[in-house]
Design a binder for this molecule. Structure first.
Ligand code: ZN
Length: 269
């Protein structure tokens, strides 16, 4: 059995501010350590349930956050930028299940450091009319390859967002968001025990999970934070300016669409 893990940083217990999430930021090196510990708990839970191969993709910012020397010795690590599938690089149909660790609520929802892909650029993303954050965007990518997302960890807002989208998914709310920049984090040992347990349960109950899919062709909508961003991105044929802030396009399949979405965000940034 093969398990794929995409690891973000904003949804890790103890993380409440952007300064903890980028190189040079205060406490960034401590947050990287916490992130690695939570990923290790998920890896161990998967192995406990019979997984033989676990691939971990570092999916935050520079994508060089996880501490390799502290990472579970049985896990393979993808890190660095320039990855075609970015937060989901390495996923394919050879995997049995996906875990999203350290994730956060989508832009404009309650939750610690809520945003969608780029906090300064993206106001919202819709897939066939459904508003999605990174959890939805990346779960549809896994679904494109027929792989179900079975475990999602972050704050309680993220847990609710994931369960609404995928009723089968196991979640761990490692912290309770009080505001966008304040949370009550569970005790560290409890966080790791819960992640390990839920990872085990999620893998043991794979038959109750299904891949998240959407109808194709797929209609994507991308709302920017300001009109200058939309102006910069509005240069491609096959993309419509739906309103001053919003670009829309249709893609023959989800994967093609999500790559175009990334390109538009890059142009607008
Ligand atoms: Zn992140």
């Amino acid at each position: 059995m093969r398990i794929y893990i995409s690891a973000d940083l904003e949804g890790i217990a103890g993380v409440v501010h952007g300064d903890q999430c980028h190189e040079g930021g205060k406490d960034y090196n401590r947050a990287r350590h916490w992130m690695t510990q939570e990923v290790n708990a998920a890896v161990q839970g998967a192995l406990d349930a019979g997984a033989v191969d676990v691939l971990v993709n570092d999916a935050h910012g520079s994508m060089r956050n996880l501490l390799y020397e502290e990472l579970h010795p049985k896990a393979t690590l993808i890190s660095g930028t320039g990855k075609p599938l970015q937060m989901m690089e390495g996923i394919d149909d050879s995997f049995d299940a996906v875990f999203l660790i350290g994730y956060h609520a989508r832009m404009g929802q309650h939750g610690i450091l809520n945003h969608t892909i780029s906090g300064g650029t993206v106001g919202g993303v819709w897939v066939n009319g459904l508003e999605v954050g990174e959890t939805g965007i990346n779960s549809f990518t896994a679904g494109h390859f027929g792989v179900p997302v079975v475990l999602v960890t972050g704050d309680q807002c993220l847990a609710a967002e994931a369960q609404e989208l995928m009723p089968w998914v196991k979640t761990v709310a490692v912290k309770r968001a009080i505001s966008r920049y304040a949370a009550a984090s569970l005790p560290r040992d409890e966080v790791r025990d819960l992640i390990r347990q839920r990872a085990h349960e999620a893998v043991a109950n794979l038959s109750s999970a299904g891949p998240l899919r959407t109808q194709e062709p797929v209609e994507f909508r991308l709302r920017f934070r300001d009109t200058a961003q939309a102006d910069k991105a509005d240069i491609l044929s096959q993309v419509r300016r739906q309103d001053p802030l919003t670009l829309a396009f249709q893609a023959t399949d989800y994967l093609t669409g999500v790559c175009r979405l990334r390109a538009l965000i890059g142009l607008g940034r």
